[in-house]
Design a protein around this ligand. Structure first.
Ligand code: FMN
Length: 361
C-alpha cells in the first residue's frame, strides 16, 4: 500500500515522498524577471515543511512570451543567480526542485508580445477578441531553442530538472489541442501536434544529460482524454520522465465524473493517466486537494503516484506536514484571492496561520 511518506523514483532521482508543490505564479518580479529574496523565502518555507518536490512557478523562456510583465524568467544569464539562491535555500531540506518553463502562446499578455498560436485564430482576451499570430516554422524552432537554453540555465543554477508548461492554453498546449489546424509537420496527427513538446524534450535531454528530470504538465483533455494520452505517449517516448496532469483549453465540465468520489474532475484526469502509464513513468494529479484524507485515499488505493498541491500550500506552507505527520493545519478556503492577485489581496488562511507563514509569505 502506497503512503504519502514513501519515496519514489523520478527519472534518475529519488523524491523523498509523494507530496509535491505545484507551480503558482506570484507576479512579484520586476520587468527584468529576476528572482528576489521574496521568492527565495516563499519556496524555502514550503521546502522546510516537507514537500518531496517543489516546482517553481511558470518561468518565462523569452520576454515576449510572458503571461504577465512581472513574471520571473530564465531567458538570460543575469537571471541565473536569483534561481541559484532558491535552489540553495531549498536543497538543504532534501527536496527535488525544478522550475516550470513557460511560453505564453494564446496566454501571452498583450503588453509583453503578440498572442502566438499554431494557427491564426480569434482569441478572447478579457472582454475583447484578438487575432493570434500563426507561428512560422523558423519561429517555432527559435522558441524551442529558448526552452532548451532556459533549461541549461536552470541546470547551471543547480535545479534537479525542469517542468514544461504544457497545459492551461499556453503554447505547448495550443499545439497539442484542437486550435492547431496546421497542415505541416506540426499539425494534424497526434504525433505532429506533440512535435513541439517532443523537440523541446529531446533538445533538453541532449543539452542537460540523462540524470536531469524532464517533466511536463500536460492537459488531460485536449481535445479528448484519449488524444491527450496519445500526445503524452509521444512526450514519454521523447524522454519525458514525469507527467503532471491538469486541464487545458477544452472545458472539463462535460467530462463524465462520479461526484461521490473524494476528488474532482480535473484530478480524475490524473487518475486516468495513471491507469495508462502505470509502470512506465510516474504520474501526478492536481486540483482541489484540500485535506490529508483525500491524499491518503488516492495514494493508498494506488490511484496516483504523487499529489500536487497549489492553493493548499499557499494557504498553509505546512499543509504537507499535516499530510506526512498528522499535524494541525489551516485549510484553504478556496476563496481564490491568491489567483492572479500579485499579492495585493492577502490569503485569509495564511493570515490565520500567522507568524512565520505570514511574514515569509
Ligand atoms: C495563484 C495561482 C498561480 C498559479 N500559477 C500557476 C503556474 O505558474 N503554472 C501552472 O501550471 N499552474 C498555475 N496555477 C494552477 C495551479 O498550479 C493548480 O493547478 C490549481 O490552482 C489547482 O490546484 P489547487 O486546487 O491545489 O489549487 C496557479 C494557480 C493559482 C491559484
Amino acid at each position: 500500500m502506497t503512503t504519502p511518506n514513501m519515496p519514489i523514483k523520478i527519472g534518475k532521482r529519488i523524491c523523498k515522498n509523494r507530496i509535491t508543490m505545484a507551480p503558482t505564479v506570484k507576479f512579484n518580479a520586476g520587468e527584468d524577471g529576476i528572482v528576489t529574496d521574496f521568492f527565495v523565502r516563499h519556496y524555502a518555507l514550503r521546502a522546510k515543511h516537507g514537500c518531496g518536490l517543489v516546482c517553481v512557478e511558470a518561468t518565462a523562456v523569452s520576454p515576449e512570451g510572458r503571461l504577465f510583465p512581472s513574471q520571473i524568467g530564465l531567458w538570460n544569464d543575469d537571471q541565473i543567480e536569483g534561481h541559484r539562491k532558491i535552489v540553495e535555500a531549498c536543497h538543504p531540506y532534501g527536496v527535488l526542485i525544478i522550475p516550470q518553463l513557460h511560453y505564453g502562446g494564446l496566454g501571452t499578455h498583450p503588453d509583453c508580445g503578440p498572442l502566438t498560436s499554431p494557427t491564426a485564430v480569434l482569441w478572447k482576451k478579457g472582454d475583447r477578441e484578438v487575432m493570434a499570430k500563426e507561428l512560422t516554422v523558423p519561429e517555432i524552432h527559435r522558441i524551442e531553442q529558448c526552452f532548451i537554453d532556459a533549461a541549461v540555465r536552470a541546470k547551471t543554477a543547480g535545479y534537479d530538472g525542469v517542468q514544461l508548461h504544457g497545459c492551461h492554453s499556453y503554447l505547448i498546449n495550443d499545439f497539442a489541442s484542437a486550435v492547431n489546424q496546421r497542415t505541416d509537420e506540426y499539425g494534424g496527427s497526434t504525433e505532429n501536434r506533440a512535435r513541439l513538446g517532443c523537440e523541446i524534450i529531446q533538445g533538453i535531454r541532449k543539452a542537460c544529460g540523462e540524470d536531469f528530470i524532464i517533466s511536463i504538465r500536460t492537459s488531460g483533455c485536449d481535445p479528448t482524454v484519449e488524444e491527450s494520452i496519445g500526445i503524452a505517449e509521444y512526450y514519454v517516448k521523447a524522454g519525458c520522465d514525469y507527467l503532471q496532469i491538469s486541464n487545458g483549453i477544452q472545458d472539463v465540465s462535460d467530462l463524465p465524473h462520479d461526484e461521490s468520489l473524494p476528488y474532482n474532475r480535473v484530478a480524475s484526469l490524473g487518475v486516468r493517466f495513471h491507469e495508462h502509464f502505470k509502470g512506465i513513468v510516474p504520474v501526478s494529479l492536481v486540483n482541489g486537494i484540500r485535506t490529508p484524507q483525500q491524499v491518503y485515499y488516492l495514494l493508498e488505493n494506488e490511484m496516483i503516484d504523487t499529489v500536487d498541491l497549489a492553493c493548499g500550500l499557499l494557504a498553509d506552507p505546512a499543509f504537507s506536514e499535516a499530510i506526512l505527520e498528522g499535524k494541525p493545519y489551516v485549510k484553504c478556503y478556496s476563496c481564490k484571492r491568491c489567483a492572479w492577485s500579485d499579492h495585493k489581496r492577502p490569503c485569509p488562511a495564511l493570515k490565520k496561520r500567522g507568524n512565520e507563514a505570514w511574514e515569509w509569505n
